[in-house]
Design a protein around this ligand. Structure first.
Ligand code: SAM
Length: 307
């Protein structure tokens, strides 16, 4: 995997900013952030991969997606790491703009060839810009959501944490950084929901979702944990404690005689909620094969010990 330099201030390659200048929207604050050298990586993606995440976003974050007060009026959703072809960014734009027609979606991609492919699909409300973790936004552009799916797997754990800080630097208060990993089809995914609270980025929730195409057992999600937690589910760790509790809840659900995956998932989620604080009791979410964990003290950080 070849490294390239990080700074890709490519204002001239895009037409959307009236000032024509792109770069860190948060000048001084952004300048103090740790830097991560961007990496060239494979751009594998496919249509439909993130469609369930789009639906969950509408289910849980409709207010954030639809807000038009104050600075939110023009606040975009920024999708970082578009991929070889921009299918998932286009699908997200269509799905969210059907609900919030004035929402702007900006796809960001480091690779010039991939950017060229993507720009053929620009349309009103959807544009693509060249850039990296230091988002190519104008000084007045502050996103409501930044999504980075299947982007950080090629980076180290430390780089992933630094990338969180960079990707979230321009978010509006209350805005969301969605970062995580999915299987190639998108059938299994696990994402961080990181919320901008004042100057802080709160590790608000961890979202697990499956379409049951690989059956279901909690362990399915272990290999899809976001980059900073992926190697952090060893015995004794907080993530290990979480998976142990879910596995026990799953075993208890199976012992009732249930065998249909969706029903087992929903019952295991319900049982888990009685053992682990912060399991969101949203039946509509569970019915779609999704579980949201919002631990009162925040999602464990790498190295946090279990109970
Ligand atoms: C595996 S694709 C993910 C595509 C899509 N998001 C998905 O989930 O299917 C990752 C893309 O991220 C791009 N990429 C890697 N590092 C990046 C960075 N620092 N900033 C922007 N894009 C980056 C790569 O060029 C690649 O096209």
């Amino acid at each position: 995997m070849a490294s390239s330099t990080f700074s890709v201030n490519t204002g001239s390659s895009t037409s959307a900013d009236p000032s024509g200048t792109y770069g860190p929207a948060w000048g001084l604050a952004a300048a103090r952030l740790p830097r991560v050298a961007a990496r060239r990586m494979r751009g594998c993606t496919r249509p439909g991969r993130l469609a369930r995440l789009d639906r969950i976003l509408l289910l849980r974050e409709a207010e954030l997606i639809g807000r038009i007060d104050g600075e939110f009026r023009d606040a975009p959703l920024v999708d970082v790491g578009v991929g070889e072809w921009p299918w998932t960014t286009i699908e997200t734009a269509h799905s969210l703009r059907a609900f919030a027609p004035s929402l702007r979606v900006i796809g960001v991609e480091l690779d010039p060839d991939r950017l060229r492919h993507a720009r053929r699909f620009e349309e009103p409300g959807l544009e693509f810009r060249r850039g990296g973790f230091e988002l190519p936004l104008g000084a007045a552009e502050r996103p409501r959501v930044v999504r980075a799916l299947n982007l950080l797997r090629g980076y180290s754990e430390t780089e992933a944490r630094a990338a969180h800080a960079m990707l979230s630097a321009a978010l509006l208060p209350g805005g969301l950084l969605i970062e995580g990993t999915s299987s190639p089809s998108g059938g299994v995914l696990c994402v961080h929901l990181l919320r901008k609270r004042g100057a802080r980025l709160a590790r608000e929730g961890l979202l697990f979702s499956t379409d049951f195409s690989q059956g279901f057992a909690p362990v399915l999600f272990r290999d899809r944990l976001p980059r900073d937690l992926r190697r952090r589910s060893e015995p004794g760790s907080a993530m290990h404690g979480f998976f142990e509790a879910w596995t026990q809840a799953f075993a208890a659900a199976r012992s009732t005689g249930l065998c249909e995956n969706a029903a087992l998932f929903a019952l295991s989620a319900q049982l888990l909620a009685s053992r682990v604080p912060g399991i969101v009791g949203d039946a509509a979410l569970h019915a779609t094969g999704a579980l949201l964990w919002q631990p009162p003290g925040g999602v464990p950080s790498p190295g946090d010990l279990g109970p």
